[in-house]
Design a protein around this ligand. Structure first.
Ligand SMILES: NC(=O)c1ccc[n+]([C@@H]2O[C@H](COP(=O)([O-])OP(=O)(O)OC[C@H]3O[C@@H](n4cnc5c(N)ncnc54)[C@H](OP(=O)(O)O)[C@@H]3O)[C@@H](O)[C@H]2O)c1
Length: 274
């Protein structure tokens, strides 16, 4: 990035990790455009730090309009932090195709729409950074969050391919894989309709009980924001950065080094599953 004030777009900046990123980057001197599906409902004084504009990641026209608006005002977008997302919980069998589509539309295709909208400008400028918020769930299948994991695995695969393609144009991209952070994510998570009467309910309740406990004890999202700021200022980006509670980062390493069934055993015990 050069001496001009860098322009950054942070999707999903009305809450949690996105809000922490937008605020932290604005305080560090970036020109930040945060996004929300409903900016009017946002009650914090966003305008003290960053502008909040309307963007619905499941709607291509909305994404293109938001990006065009920033380009018209600023002439360029130096970085995209693709953070907007949500979770759906329920067993594979109980999840309807409609519920599964919404998960993938939001977390995978939603991020992809944003990436596709900013790439032409970055490619022409021969400069730019894209940071995708994956998750530790993008490195391992979480019990009863199969399609949340699938949406993040999809992001991980796409990003690995994308890096080869954008390198000649001097555009860089990476993944951030957070463990648990205290945000609006837990309250916003949708339970699939059939979960309440499911034959899986006992196991679902056990595993999700552990999950929610860990999320409530999660770290401050400012930790992710500080990592994002470092990644925007660093020379070369690695493919992925894991951030969050130590035992969760350790699980990512453990999964890589021990046999698959041994890892499953540890995870089953942890999530109180038979
Ligand atoms: N919290 C964690 O422990 C954790 C762990 C790993 C990964 N992550 C990832 O981090 C990202 C941020 O999550 P968070 O924890 O900060 O959750 P959060 O507090 O619920 O914030 C989610 C943000 O995404 C936006 N959003 C949701 N659906 C959207 C849609 N269809 N179109 C546009 N914006 C949408 C929301 O904005 P509006 O409602 O205002 O539109 C909100 O600002 C997600 O991608 C999540 O998967 C979180």
């Amino acid at each position: 990035m050069d001496h001009r004030t860098p322009v950054v777009i942070v999707t999903g900046a009305s809450s949690g990790i996105g809000n922490a990123c937008a605020t932290h980057l604005a305080k560090r001197g970036y020109k930040v455009y945060g996004t929300s599906r409903n900016p009017a409902a946002y009650t914090k004084k966003a305008d003290e730090f960053f502008e909040l504009i309307q963007l619905e990641v499941t709607d291509s026209a909305s994404v293109e309009k938001a990006v065009a608006e920033i380009l018209a005002k600023e002439g360029r977008i130096d970085a995209l932090v693709c953070n907007a997302g949500m979770g759906i919980a329920g067993s594979v069998e109980d999840s309807s195709l409609e519920e599964i589509r919404l998960q993938l539309e939001t977390n995978f295709l939603g991020a992809l729409r944003c990436v596709k909208a900013v790439l032409p400008g970055m490619r022409e400028a021969k400069s730019g950074r894209v940071i995708l918020l994956s998750s530790i769930a993008g490195t391992m299948g979480m019990p009863f969050q199969a399609f949340y994991s699938a949406s993040k695995f999809a992001l991980e695969g796409m990003l690995e391919s994308l890096r080869y393609e954008i390198r000649p144009f001097k555009v860089q991209a990476c993944l951030i894989e957070p463990g648990d952070f205290r945000t609006g994510f837990t309250a916003a998570r949708r339970e699939v309709a059939a979960a309440a009467t499911s034959p899986y309910k006992k196991y679902y309740d056990a595993a999700m009980g552990v999950q929610v406990r860990d999320e409530n004890a999660g770290h401050d999202p400012l930790e992710v924001a500080k990592l994002v700021a470092r990644l925007l200022e660093k020379r070369g980006l690695k493919i992925r950065y894991t951030v969050g509670p130590g035992f969760e980062r350790f699980a990512v390493i453990l999964k890589r080094i021990i046999p698959g069934r041994a890892f499953e055993f540890v995870y089953r015990k942890y999530y109180k599953l038979p």
